[in-house]
Every structure is written in C-alpha cells, then in structure tokens.
Design a protein around this ligand. Structure first.
Ligand code: GLA
Length: 384
C-alpha cells in the first residue's frame, strides 16, 4: 500500500515526519462463531491494511484524521467520552481507554489513518484500526508491545465502546498473523499453532456480496446469548462444562432434546464447527484438498441452516462457486448477514472464476460483487 499520500498529508498538517504503523484485515478460513464459545478458529491475515501515521504529543490530547472517511476528531485521554456513540472514533478512543485501563501510561498523539480494507465487508477493517492505533499508541509512548494484550485491548474496545460482544479472533489475527500461514487459535487458552498454507497451485479469492444487512450486530449478540443459554441448560446435566467447547457431539446428541429448538440448532453448529476446524487444520497441513472442500461446504451449510447467519447473497456466491472449475472450497466468512465468501481457487482458473462469478451474481442479484485475491500476511508492525 502506498504510504506517500499519508506522509505528505501528515507533514502538511503537523509539520513533522510521522512514524508509520500498519495492521492487516483478515479472512477466516474456517471456525465461524466458535471464538466466543471458547472454541477453535483458523483465520489468516490478508494483504490489506489500516495504516496509521503518528507522532507523540507532550499533553494528553489525541487528534485523529481518517482519510477514508474524510473526518477528524479530538479527544483527551484523561477525559473519556461517552461510549457507544455509534461513531467511527469509538474504535480509536475505545482502544486507548482499554490500554489505559490495563495499566499502560499513554502519551497523547497526532494521528492520520488510511486504509485499503473495504469497510463493512466483514474483513475486519475495525479490528485492524484498533490494532494499528493501539500499536502506534504503545510505540509512541515508548511502551513494549505484548501482542496478546493488544488484541485483548481491541476486543475490550468493541465490548465497551462499540457495543459489539465479539470474540477475540479478529484482533488476534491482526496482531499475530504470519506470512504464508493461517493460525489455528484456541480461543480459550489463546495458544495458537501456525498452519503453513501449502497450496502452491491455489489462491485465496474473496468475493464480497457488497451487502451488509442491518441485522448483523444485533443478531450477533443474540447468537451469543443463545449459546450461553444452551450452556446454562446443558450444565444441569453436564455440571462441569464452562462453554460449548466442553460438550462432545455425542453428549449433545444425548441431551439435545432438553434445549429449545433454536438453541439446539446454534449449539449443534458450534460443536460441529469446532471439530471441523481442527480437522481442516490437519487437511491444510497435509494438503488434503478434497477433505478441505467437504469441511468448508459443511461449515457453510451449518451457518446457513443451523446458525442462520447467512443471507441470500452469500448463498448465491457459494452456490455459483460450486459450479466453477478449479474450486477447492467455498464458504461464507466472518459474522454473516452479508460480507464475503472465501474461495480456494486454482491459479489457472482464477480469471475465468472472476468473470463467471461477476456475471452470474449480477444476473441473480443486480449487484456487482467485489473480488479480491489475497495473500496470507504478517500481523501488525511498524513500517520502517
Ligand atoms: C465477527 C467477530 C468475531 C467472530 C466472527 C464469527 O467477525 O468479530 O469475533 O465471532 O464474527 O466467527
């Protein structure tokens, strides 16, 4: 991503040479809606970033300009504003407040933010803002970077400032992502394994439906509550469980009848998706592409029918992908209700895939999709 524009703007506005930081967006290969159930996820960071240019200040004031939104705001680290204002800077002030709460002594700063991650497409543009800004705050305050704590501060900003009770996946991969790898993350212990993406013939192709249904954040919080309800009821029979992660599929089958129907469906998805994610990590490692294709298809069906977070546009894209040559897996990715699908497509078929998906998707929805070929990338860093 070109940094010339942001540096030039910074120099014009503040008369100084800024330091530059970046944090990537992400795509989740498999393990959807499992993170807040203490389960497993397998995302990769993508080569699309939020870039932050910044210099420290002598006082506690923070000035932030977003190039993408063409908006600016100022706030004071010592006078936290109202949370949950529904504003773009909730992410910025939220992460600052979370870092302060965790004991970091932050300096005020002047920031300009730029990004090439599509906003609202489910590629974690917001997590990447939290991580890039948090990273910048820490470095400009001469503090060490603890990547896991930084991810937790981003999640804390979502919970307390934005009002989205998200899991840890997006912020975690944006801080800890690794080039040419996905991470298999255990969202309970926060341990992770790097999974080499040995797919020399395949490319990661993200298809953006270009719809974002309004339901997404309210339904997300409802799904989370339904899972918690499932745990509460199942605990009467399985007293040692703390989260759906602890319920085996055979235990679930034995006791599913004590759950209300919708809760039953949500639990079924989560328990099976955890199994699929661990299997997919193995399939990736061993290059078992046929198995991967099956697991991704099963994940999509389960998100559509049991977890009920897909939508017509996502289903159209996944259906269309199933008729294309050279596709080894396609599923919705991220929270759902719009956003993107992730597809593994043979290099030699990518052009034909793009052309055909664009044409057919438009014919069925009257929307032009956005298609991005992405590479697994490193997590947040300073650009030197
Ligand atoms: C959103 C959340 C994540 C995760 C996914 C669904 O991206 O931010 O924590 O729950 O949805 O897998």
């Amino acid at each position: 991503m070109d940094t010339f524009r942001i540096v030039e703007l910074f120099q014009k506005k503040y008369g100084k040479q800024p330091r530059l930081f970046k944090a990537p967006g992400r795509v989740n290969l498999i393990g959807e809606h499992t993170d807040y159930n203490d389960g497993f996820v397998m995302p990769m960071a993508i080569d699309r970033w939020t870039i932050v240019a910044g210099t420290p200040r002598e006082d506690s004031k923070v000035n932030v300009t977003s190039i993408t939104l063409d908006k600016s705001v100022s706030f004071d680290l010592n006078k936290p504003g109202e949370p949950k204002r529904g504003e773009w800077y909730d992410y910025v002030e939220g992460v600052a407040q979370a870092l302060l709460k965790s004991g970091a002594t932050l300096r005020g700063a002047d920031f300009i933010i730029d990004s090439n991650i599509p906003i609202g497409a489910g590629l974690s543009s917001s997590a990447s803002i939290e991580v890039a800004i948090g990273f910048a705050f820490l470095v400009l305050s001469n503090l060490p970077i603890d990547r896991i704590k930084l991810a937790l501060a981003g999640q804390n900003a979502e919970h307390n400032y934005v009002g989205m009770n998200c899991g840890i996946m997006d912020q975690f991969i944006s801080t800890l992502g690794k080039k040419n790898h996905a991470l298999l993350i255990d969202c309970r212990s926060l341990d992770y394994k790097t999974i080499k993406l040995e797919l020399s013939d395949f490319l990661f192709v993200i298809c953006d439906t270009r719809v974002k249904h309004k339901l997404s954040s309210s339904e997300y919080n409802i799904r989370r509550q339904e899972c918690e309800k499932g745990v509460k009821i199942l605990r009467k029979i399985l007293p040692n469980i703390k989260a759906l992660r602890d319920v085996t599929f055979s235990e679930f089958n034995c006791h599913a009848n004590i759950l209300p129907v919708n809760v039953q469906k949500r639990c079924k998805h989560v328990i099976q998706e955890n199994l699929r994610t661990v299997q997919a990590a193995e399939a990736f490692s061993k290059g078992h592409l046929g198995m991967l294709k099956e697991l991704m298809a099963a994940s999509h069906r389960s998100l559509r029918d049991d977890y009920q977070v897909s939508c017509k546009e996502l289903d159209v894209l996944v259906d269309l992908a199933s008729f294309q040559n050279g596709v080894t897996g396609s599923r919705m990715t991220g929270g759902g209700f719009g956003g993107c699908t992730i597809n593994l497509v043979n290099k030699s078929n990518v052009q034909e895939f793009k052309a055909s998906i664009c044409k057919e998707y438009f014919a069925q929805t009257q929307i032009n999709p956005e298609i991005h070929v992405c590479e697994p990338s490193d997590g947040a860093c300073e650009i030197i």
